[in-house]
Write a protein that binds this ligand. Structure first.
Ligand code: ADP
Length: 326
């Protein structure tokens, strides 16, 4: 393998708070170790459109506290085609980029894996998604901030919910994973979480009603993971109106609120550690791995594992939630 001199960085797919901290960390760690750095704008789109600039340490000054991504992000259909990736490879060669660090979620790392194997090109992935749905890492960059935002929102909804006798369904993101809903419910003292991981096992709505929820309370808050499997908050509210018309149900969809905001300390630290680890990985000759954290330790997770395996939820958390919602 030819020596790596120049590292390109991009952020792709859904943005997540802490991506900037990761960009800063990769840039500065790389420069510290003698590499040149290039910033690629709008994810894979920037590779195809040749939207690439030299990054110095000053390019990443004063960004650790900012949400979003200074490199912008995009969804790029062209990169899913062979011609698109061929064009991206030509642009990479033109800029003398020898390795890539891709910060993104499941889709972005799937693209990275495909590109890396097609062109025998070294890529290190960083898990950047609020959904926490990548296998092989306890936490993804952005998850903790989104969880805190959800908690902040639910606290406020509870104030109004307790003034009326209502059932509130609050829909949170997660892209087919229940991490935000389940942990958000525990953190905000919600009565239940309806998550896709167990939707196929039990009718969570029927269970909720049968358990006599809110008999002793004057309001109930249920966090619902957005997903066709759960039916989403709207779908569930519709069911309540039809099947349990005694209940006064309201829906709040938190939506893009959950993506914004200044990253928490935990996300900034995680992103900083993972960014440095991405450069270490390249120095060690690693390629086509995602940086993960496993019990506070940095680990290298092959792309194939990170994207192909479903990360299980901790069933103990469900029991905890059940016990606390009596
Ligand atoms: P996320 O990374 O947040 O999961 P997406 O699923 O939208 O976001 O993926 C981001 C981008 O990754 C896509 O727009 C596309 O450019 C690229 N990508 C996703 N899947 C593939 C694939 N199978 N092959 C090549 N590129 C892909």
């Amino acid at each position: 393998m030819a020596a790596i001199k120049t590292i390109g960085i991009l952020t792709s797919g859904g943005d997540a708070p802490g991506m900037n901290a990761a960009i800063r960390s990769v840039t500065r760690s790389a420069i510290f170790s003698g590499f040149k750095v290039k910033g690629i704008y709008r994810g894979y789109r920037g590779l195809i459109d040749d939207d690439i600039v030299d990054f110095k340490t000053q390019n990443v000054s004063n960004i650790i506290q900012q949400g979003g991504t200074i490199l912008k992000t995009a969804r790029c259909k062209e990169f899913t085609t062979e011609e698109g990736r061929q064009r991206a490879f030509e642009v990479i060669k033109k800029h003398g980029i020898d390795a890539l660090v891709v910060i993104g979620g499941d889709g972005s790392l799937t693209g990275a894996r495909q590109f890396a194997s097609e062109f025998d090109f070294p890529i290190i992935g960083l898990p950047g998604t609020i959904d926490n749905d990548l296998y092989g890492t306890d936490h993804t960059i952005g998850y903790d901030t989104a969880l805190n935002t959800i908690m902040w929102c639910v606290d406020r909804i509870r104030d109004t919910a307790t003034s009326h006798e209502r059932l509130f369904f609050i829909e949170v993101m997660g892209r087919n994973a229940g991490f935000l809903a389940l942990n958000g419910a525990i953190a905000s003292g919600a009565e239940a979480a309806i998550i896709p991981e167990i939707s196929t096992e039990v009718d969570q709505l029927a269970e909720l009603i049968q358990n006599g929820f809110r008999k002793s309370k004057n309001s109930s808050i249920v966090l619902v993971a957005e997903s066709p499997v759960t039916g989403g908050a709207m779908g569930l509210a519709e069911r309540v109106r039809k099947e349990y018309p005694d209940y006064d149900v309201r829906v709040t969809i938190l939506g893009h609120l959950q993506r914004g905001g200044s990253p928490t300390a935990q996300d900034r630290i995680l992103a900083s550690r993972m960014g440095a680890a991405a450069v270490d990985a390249l120095l060690e000759g690693q390629r086509n791995v995602m940086i993960g954290d496993d019990d506070e330790q940095i680990v290298y997770v092959p792309f194939s594992k990170a994207i192909k395996n479903e990360k299980p939820i901790d069933r103990e958390l469900l029991n905890t939630l059940r016990r606390l919602s009596i």
